[in-house]
Design a protein. Structure first.
Length: 141
């Protein structure tokens, strides 16, 4: 199965959070994992925020940042889905950053996995709701 992962999932591969075990299970199963290159920036921003909130030490964030290029996903060029992401953003009334993942999932005929309840709820009642899987409800078996 093809899955596009977003930063809310990827950060759990590095930082112990709720549902980190489920995120880790994605790496252990035979999924084809994809992400736009934008994921690196989003994970980097999450690291910065965690340092500011006192949840991570400075050196921990730097160590994690160094390993971001080795995240086991097939990196996709977001330029290929930029127009689609903006269209989705305007239609859903949601920031374009999250819509890059959804646009990539549509392009790849994949599902998008997220732990971002706000985004999942924004998409749930739309024509794109069938493309979203939440990490919380994904069966890790």
């Amino acid at each position: 199965m093809r899955l596009v992962v977003d930063a809310s999932v990827a950060i759990k591969w590095f930082v112990d959070e709720e549902f980190s075990e489920r995120a880790g299970a994605l790496l252990e199963r035979e999924y084809d994992l994809y992400a736009p290159r934008l994921l690196a920036s989003e994970v980097g921003n999450a690291l910065w925020r965690k340092v500011r909130m006192g949840e991570l030490e400075h050196n921990e964030a730097l160590e994690i940042a160094e390993s971001i290029p080795r995240i086991p996903v097939s990196w996709a060029n977001e330029l290929a889905v930029c127009s689609d992401a903006v269209k989705l953003s305007l239609e859903l009334g949601h920031p374009v950053y999250d819509c890059f993942n959804l646009a990539l999932a549509r392009r790849l005929r994949a599902f998008m996995v997220t732990s971002d309840a706000r985004f999942a709820n924004a998409v749930a009642g739309t024509a794109f709701g069938h493309l979203i899987l939440t990490l919380e409800t994904l069966d890790p078996a």
